[in-house]
Design a protein around this ligand. Structure first.
Ligand code: B12
Ligand code: SF4
Ligand code: SF4
Length: 278
C-alpha cells in the first residue's frame, strides 16, 4: 500500500501542477459524507476505497471593478479542473490497469468540503467553505474516487476558522445558520443562479450585490483569507480573467464560464436587472 500511495502522490505532483503543485491529499471513501446526487453516484467505482482530493486555487487579484464573483471571472472550473483530473485518471489507469478511477468536481456524489477536510487540505469555516492554510477559501475542489486502497492523510489541526463570525454577520440576509447549514432562499449566490422569474425581494438582492453571478462576501470578509490572497498557480485561470461582463461578452464567453450550466437566459436576466436598476 505504501508503494502504491507514493506512486499516486508522484503522479499527482507531476500532473496536478501549474506554476507550483496544486494542494493534494488522500482520504478513505468511508470517511466522506453521504451521496448528494444520485445520477453522479452511478459513476462511482463499485468498491470505492479512496478519494484523491485536489484543490484548484482561483484567486487572480483584487479586481474591485468586477461585476461578477471571483469564481466566475475565470474559465469554467468544471472544464479546467476536469481536464487536469482526466489526465490524472489516464495516468493512474496506465499504472493500475485493474483498478477503476472516476473524477468529479462540483457535480459530485460526495460533499467535497468534507472530502478535502478528511484529506488534510484544510478545515470548514462557519461560512461552510473549506479554508486552506495557504490559499484560504479561494479554492475549487475536485476529486478522483477509486477502488485502489491507499494510505490516508490526516485532517489538519485546528484552527483555520477562528470563529469570529464575520462571515455570518456580513451575509446580507443571514443565510449562514449557527449549525453551519445554509438557508438557500436567503443566499445571494443561490438567487443569482435561480431560473425564471424572481420575486421583488430577490431582484432587490441582486441589485444590492451588484454582481451578475455569485456572491463573494463571506469569502472576502474572512480573516483567514487576508494573508491567503496568493495568486492561483493554475495558468488557465490567470490567463482567462474577465472581470466585467455585458450582454455581448456574456453570450460570446458563455461556453467558457461557470454560469453556462444555467443557460443564456439566466445570466442575461441578471445583467438586465443590474442595468435597469442603474
Ligand atoms: C449546492 C452548492 C451550492 C449552493 C448551496 C451551498 C451550501 N453550502 O449548501 C449555493 C448555490 C448557495 C452555493 C454557493 C456557493 N458555492 Co457551492 N456548492 C454546492 C455543492 C454543489 C453542493 C454543496 C451541498 O449541497 N452540500 C450539502 C449540504 C448539506 O452541506 P453543507 O451546507 O455544508 O451542510 C453541512 C454542514 O453544515 C456540515 N458540517 C459538518 N461539520 C461541520 C463543521 C463546521 C465548522 C461547519 C460550518 C459545518 C459542518 O453539516 C451539514 C450537513 O452535512 C458543492 C460541491 C459539492 N459536491 O460538495 C459546491 C461548493 C461547496 N461550492 C463552492 C463555491 C466556490 C461556492 C461559492 C463561494 C460561489 C460564489 N462565489 O458564489 C458560494 C458560497 C456560498 C456558501 N457560503 O456556501 C465550492 C466551495 C469551495 C470551498 N473552498 O469550500 C464547492 C465545493 C464547489 C467546488 N467543487 O469547488 N453552492
Ligand atoms: S455567498 Fe453571500 S449570500 Fe450566500 S452565504 Fe455567503 S455572504 Fe451570504
Ligand atoms: S469569517 Fe471568521 S467565522 Fe467565518 S469562516 Fe472566516 S474565520 Fe471562520
Amino acid at each position: 500500500m505504501q508503494q502504491n500511495t507514493e506512486l499516486v502522490r508522484a503522479l499527482a505532483a507531476q500532473i496536478l501542477c501549474g506554476t507550483e503543485p496544486f494542494p493534494f491529499g488522500i482520504c478513505t471513501f468511508s470517511e466522506v459524507q453521504s451521496c448528494l446526487d444520485c445520477r453522479a453516484a452511478q459513476r462511482l467505482p463499485a468498491k470505492a476505497a479512496s478519494v484523491l482530493c485536489c484543490l484548484f486555487p482561483y484567486y487572480t487579484g483584487d479586481w474591485p471593478q468586477r461585476n461578477i464573483s471571483r469564481y466566475a471571472m475565470v474559465s469554467d472550473y468544471h472544464r479546467i479542473a476536469g481536464e487536469y483530473l482526466e489526465r490524472f485518471c489516464e495516468a493512474l489507469s496506465a499504472h493500475f490497469p485493474d483498478q477503476s478511477f472516476a473524477w468529479f468536481t462540483d457535480n459530485s456524489p460526495i460533499r467535497e468540503v468534507s472530502a478535502a477536510f478528511h484529506a488534510g487540505l484544510g478545515r470548514q469555516g462557519k461560512n461552510g467553505l473549506l479554508l486552506h492554510p495557504v490559499y484560504g477559501s479561494y479554492v475549487f475542489i475536485g476529486e478522483v474516487v477509486t477502488d485502489l486502497a491507499l494510505l490516508s492523510d490526516r485532517p489538519l489541526d485546528p484552527p483555520d476558522c477562528i470563529g469570529c463570525g464575520k462571515c455570518q454577520r456580513i451575509c446580507p440576509q443571514g443565510a449562514l445558520q449557527p449549525d453551519g447549514s445554509i438557508d438557500l432562499d436567503r443566499c445571494r449566490s443561490h438567487i443569482t443562479q435561480k431560473k425564471g422569474d424572481l420575486s421583488d425581494e430577490e431582484i432587490a438582492q441582486i441589485r444590492a450585490g451588484g454582481l451578475i453571478w455569485g456572491c463573494d462576501l463571506c469569502n472576502d470578509v474572512c480573516p483567514m483569507n487576508r494573508d491567503a490572497r496568493r495568486l492561483t498557480p493554475v495558468p488557465e485561470f490567470l490567463t482567462s480573467v474577465q472581470p466585467v461582463f455585458d450582454e455581448q461578452l456574456a453570450q460570446e464567453m458563455l461556453k467558457d464560464r461557470a454560469f453556462n450550466y444555467r443557460g443564456k437566459k439566466t445570466i442575461l436576466r441578471n445583467i438586465a436587472l443590474l442595468h435597469d436598476g442603474e
